[in-house]
Design a protein around this ligand. Structure first.
Ligand code: PLP
Length: 677
């Protein structure tokens, strides 16, 4: 396996070895309950008090409160609850309070969600108002000045988790100072801890939540600062722990671990200096520029944490970038929240007004202040390897020398599909059903391969073929309404040929294209290996194709990849037998069937970048887009096929497709390479 390079520090960090040791000590030797009055309890109490004293010193808490809790989400709830309870009391006492709850447009979701939740539960009925940010991601201070006289609570963050953008906390403070009755102010300090010095009691910040796991402590431990005199209402009551501010027996292993991290911060020499971190950022940025032509950084470095780089690359989706980085063992995160099927654009980048393509395709690379020279050098080397793999697979900067593979290629899955049929020897191809969303990709690929596009064909009448035809410099001109240039004959593609058949489908004519090896100038039904069927249903293909002809549709939402007249319905799951193999079952299968093939269905750049495969079998790379092209060969000489990918998602879909087509010995590696590690 490729050793991992972890560059997702803003999501969470690994745990500092000294913190692990401290947690283990707390569990083995100092396991008492700090509320117990016997000696074991007193030892635990001493640990807790010592940790608090250190945090108070380090964060400049002064006479304010500093309580341990489970993390920032809890701290945010406590801060919002405290401020809103005080506002309710003041209003009930007849005092005029602000009508707005103002939060930065790029806040972590915990903030607006907590404001809305407690506002509703407490029946305050104040108005939530987003404070816009400028193109650098910094708050619009003019707008804030206008809002502040009406603001009851203000929530801003010290540094943004997606972009690393630093807020102008001093500038906001000046505006609050100008107010006769300033709003309660929470500053989310989660991404600031350990990255710059905090002196909380010197500021007018009322509440500051922290999470230990963003700075090398474990998950489940955090802190909340509350300014001296700021209103406070406990979120959790019970046994009166933490001076009755946060009940529940303390998480002593977490406190000990966090204390070890804070000790490292206090003593110095463990975490890198700001200047060293800036140098690391420059080196990573230079590698990204070399590897990924046209890369755009989404936040200006001068206003950002040196440990966060948020970038987009023209022509590449965040999924493609994430996949290739992950295959290279580099863990980064998509700058946007991903649903299973589609990446939703990042609301943080949208708030900054970056173009849609950048908001939808951003990647966040973030490292921690423990990073060292060697790790950054390894990261740079891997980034450049990713760039080389993306170039080799034609996804970036193709130069006309990309290899052309014979056969059928599918673009898109789970919805609209376009199909390409290639002939390697003549470097020519035909495009079928050119869906607009794939045109840029098709054009880039064709350019990269130096391929001649013989025809652009549609299966349905009225499809726009002229614009794709022009974009692809179609060799035979526009053809008829379906783009067919070959009169009644065959369209030759090297040793293969396409035959067009017009079908009357409920009163409208549709075209079906049969692909196979012609015999004496004809392509009979029995020779059709593939049929491009547009939106026709199998019952409309009677007499046109044979039972095993692979049916390639204009949308594969119902039947992923391809089907056939013999195929079983998708919901039946195909032939019986266990589909998912765990590592032990895989080894058993490979012992019993040395001829079994391990099929990597990841994209070719993922395959190229890290030769990661389960041990013991012959490995071939067949990206999902080439599955339909490859299946007839497997059908002709069946051997057990074990599909694998990163997480088991893509491989399951591939194995299910084969099973539906009647291929009994198709399996997938359960959980993918991520679990095989
Ligand atoms: N605030 C910011 C800026 C964050 O980055 C996070 C975590 O991603 C949170 C709040 C929530 O922290 P936690 O999930 O540790 O409670």
């Amino acid at each position: 396996m490729t050793p991992e390079i972890y560059l997702d520090g803003n999501a969470t960090s690994p745990v500092l070895p000294a913190a692990i040791a401290a947690a283990v000590r707390a569990m083995e030797d100092c396991y008492g309950n700090p509320s117990s009055s016997h000696s074991t309890g007193l030892q635990a109490k001493a640990l807790l008090d010592g940790a608090r004293r250190r945090a108070v010193r380090l964060l400049g808490v002064g006479q304010g409160r500093l309580m341990f809790n489970s993390g920032a989400t809890e701290g945010i709830q406590t801060a919002v609850l405290s401020a809103l309870c005080a506002l309710r009391e003041r209003r009930q006492a007849g005092e005029a309070i602000g009508t707005l709850l103002v939060y930065g447009a790029t806040e972590h979701k915990a903030v607006p969600e907590a404001l809305a939740h407690w506002n509703r539960l407490l029946g305050l009925d104040l108005e939530l108002r987003k404070l816009q940010v400028d193109s650098d991601g910094r708050h619009d201070l003019q707008a804030l000045r206008a809002l502040l006289p009406h603001t009851a609570m203000l929530c801003t963050m010290a540094a943004n988790n997606e972009t690393g953008v630093l807020s102008d906390i001093a500038g906001i403070e000046v505006l609050l100072d100008e107010c006769a009755s300033p709003a309660y102010w929470m500053v989310d300090c989660v991404q600031a801890l350990g990255k710059f010095r905090l002196s909380l009691a010197r500021s007018r910040i009322d509440y500051a939540p922290f999470s230990g796991h963003k700075l090398y402590a474990p998950k489940g431990i955090g802190m909340l600062y509350v300014r001296e005199g700021a209103p406070f209402t406990p979120l959790i009551v019970g046994g009166g722990q933490e001076a009755a501010q946060r009940s529940g027996t303390e998480n002593m292993a977490g406190v000990a671990a966090l204390d070890a991290v804070l000790a490292a911060l206090e003593q110095g020499g463990v975490f890198r200096s700001h200047d060293a971190l800036c140098t690391f950022r420059e080196r990573l940025a230079a590698s990204l520029r070399r590897a990924l032509p046209g890369v755009v950084f989404n936040a200006a470095f001068e206003h950002s944490l040196p440990t966060t780089l948020n970038f987009s690359v023209p022509g590449l989706s965040s999924k493609e970038l994430m996949d290739v980085f992950d295959a290279a063992g580099v863990r980064v995160s998509s700058g946007s929240a991903c649903s299973a099927a589609k990446a939703a654009p990042s609301y943080v980048l949208q708030a900054m007004g970056v173009p849609d393509w950048r908001a939808a395709s951003a990647i966040r690379l973030s490292f921690g202040p423990l990073a060292d020279e060697a790790a950054i050098a390894r990261a740079c080397e891997r980034i450049e390897r990713c760039g080389a793999a993306l170039r080799a697979s034609g996804l970036i900067a193709p130069d006309g020398s990309l290899p052309v593979q014979d056969g059928v290629q599918q673009l898109g899955s789970g919805g609209a599909c376009s199909w390409l049929v290639h002939d390697a020897a003549s470097r020519s191809c035909v495009v079928i059903d050119p869906q607009p969303e794939f045109m840029d990709r098709i054009a880039a690929q064709v350019r990269g391969q130096g391929c001649t596009v013989l025809a652009v064909l549609g299966t349905a009448p009225g499809m726009d073929l002229a614009a794709p035809g022009r974009a692809l410099n179609v060799a035979y001109g526009a053809g008829d309404t379906f783009g067919w240039p070959a009169a009644d004959g065959l369209l030759a593609l090297g040793g293969q040929a396409l035959r067009r058949v017009l079908v009357d489908a409920d009163g409208a004519q549709q075209a079906v294209y049969l692909l196979g090896r012609p015999d004496a100038g004809a392509l009979p039904q029995s020779a059709a290996r593939h049929a491009f069927i547009g939106t026709l249903a199998p019952r409309q293909l009677d007499g046109l194709v044979h039972g095993d002809t692979l049916l390639c549709a204009a949308s594969d939402a119902q039947q992923p990849f391809c089907s056939s007249l013999h195929a079983s319905a998708p919901e039946s799951g195909g032939s019986q037998g266990e589909l998912h193999l765990d590592a032990a079952a895989l080894q058993g299968l490979l012992r019993a069937h040395p001829d079994a093939l391990l099929v990597d269905v990841r994209e070719s750049h993922e395959h190229l970048v890290g030769v990661q495969a389960p041990q013991g079998g012959k490995v071939v790379s067949v990206p999902l887009g080439q599955l339909a092209g490859q299946i007839p060969e497997w059908m002709a000489a069946p051997v057990p096929l074990v599909f694998f990918c990163r997480s088991g998602n893509r491989s399951t879909r591939a194995a299910q497709c084969l099973r539906r087509l009647g291929y009994a010995q198709a399996y997938d590696l359960a959980g993918g390479l991520a679990l095989a590690a």
